[in-house]
Write a protein that binds this ligand. Structure first.
Ligand SMILES: Nc1ncnc2c1ncn2[C@@H]1O[C@H](COP(=O)(O)OP(=O)(O)OP(=O)(O)O)[C@@H](O)[C@H]1O
Ligand SMILES: Nc1ncnc2c1ncn2[C@@H]1O[C@H](COP(=O)(O)OP(=O)(O)OP(=O)(O)O)[C@@H](O)[C@H]1O
Ligand SMILES: [Mg+2]
Ligand SMILES: [Mg+2]
Lengths: 227, 227
């Protein structure tokens, strides 16, 4: 479902170039569960943003479901992002003026869901992540881990084919973390492709495939047989 | 150095009350190294904000260095925050328009440091956290873990007596995390009081005292003899 060939991402900063991704190539199949690990600054979030169609590479090829993403126009990209991809951001990216429920509903609003249905779905997801009683509150009134959980609920709202999670448990205690990881495993068992950026070994272990990065390059790829 | 008695913090939300801190009492001595753990939403950040004089309790007593903090006026509080307390925020709170160096210099600016001295100190700290080559860049151009490291450098800039860290390694890989933890230990060995909120056992283990929270209350206090 994901085909990456010689992907590159540079940022021109005055007269220096920051090479976030040097030359990345790999293939991921539908329904696989991948973890991406690597040192701070090695390019994990950059790669995830490209996979999530939130950004375009400087060079290289990205095929999603067989279609060259760089050939798509803004509307097609937008449709893919809203309907098929769920994204949990490293810094949550919640909308401060909206309540917990409204934040979770955002993807459903874009897909034209009936307001009553989307409200019900959002309430159900809020309870699933343990925030049912905070549904009417705003991000600024929540703890770090609570905000992270709203971001997680939002990413699951549109029942996406691919779930991209950038360090989804960094602000959670181990019990809550275990609940979130169980949710991700459940989604994967339903056939969804799950890609998690993490630097915690216990999170990487629930994936069956692992990509290690270093300085914008792939350091290693491990699959189920490599135990 | 820190004396807390029956501290409470409530938020009135329409007609519900969120009791972030119910009734907290404890004492911390100068030069001790404390970790604070507990489930997401249990009140850790709220407590740390009160300790850091960033907020006032709804009720209860907080004595810092023998002085009742609730008796202090804004100028005195401001002076304490700038000169004696270093704070690493859970969401970094970097100033987006300032560069890495300028962000680190902020506390020194408030203390009236000579601009050349403060620039040198900031550069030294940037290198210490591995960001010497990103000194002129802005937070938006940095990875999550890099932003966290800028926040850490800023907290150490004014050589504070008390360092308060809210989940300072949540976005860092294990190697970088080990470097940051070594820095905290080093500061503690120099006599500084260090208080770290974390939900990682390996971070809690470098402290010699541990406070466990649950639902706005203290669940347990462990010291060196409790192994
Ligand atoms: N400004 C606010 N208004 C209303 N409720 C708040 C506010 N700030 C915090 N709370 C609530 O107080 C409780 C404690 O929050 P706090 O941020 O201290 O938790 P925490 O232990 O740091 O959690 P985490 O591990 O998720 O960061 C939570 O239920 C939170 O939603
Ligand atoms: N907008 C930008 N402009 C310039 N450089 C950038 C930008 N975004 C990212 N970078 C740089 O690209 C490199 C990779 O960043 P990325 O955010 O992908 O790292 P990461 O692996 O997610 O790190 P972390 O674990 O700290 O979150 C870093 O050196 C970062 O500073
Ligand atoms: Mg990142
Ligand atoms: Mg917190």
């Amino acid at each position: 479902i994901v085909q990456i060939e010689h992907l590159q991402k540079h940022y021109q900063m005055g007269d220096t170039i920051v090479r976030a991704l040097e030359d990345i190539s790999f293939t991921m199949l539908t329904g696989e569960f991948w973890s991406i690990m690597g040192p701070s600054g090695s390019g994990k979030s950059t790669l995830l943003n490209l996979l999530g169609c939130l950004d375009q590479p400087t060079d290289g090829l990205y095929r999603l479901g067989g279609i060259d993403v760089s050939e798509m126009d803004d509307d097609e990209l937008s449709e893919i992002r809203n309907e098929r991809i769920g994204f949990i951001f490293q810094s949550f990216n919640l909308i401060q003026q909206l309540t917990v429920l409204e934040n979770i509903e955002v993807p459903l609003f874009y897909m034209g869901w009936d307001p009553t249905d989307s409200r019900d779905r959002a309430q159900e997801l809020a309870e699933k992540v343990g925030l049912g009683d905070r549904a009417g509150h705003r991000p600024r009134e929540l703890s770090g881990g609570q905000q992270q959980r709203v971001a997680i609920a939002r990413a699951m709202a549109n029942d996406p084919l691919i779930l991209l999670a950038d360090e989804p448990t960094g602000n959670l205690d181990s019990k809550t973390e275990a609940e979130i990881l169980a949710m991700l495993q459940e989604l994967n068992e339903q056939g969804k492709t799950v890609i998690v950026v993490t630097h915690e070994l216990k999170v990487a272990e629930i994936a069956n495939w692992n990509l290690s990065m270093r300085d914008g390059l792939i350091d290693a790829v491990r699959g189920p047989e490599d135990s």
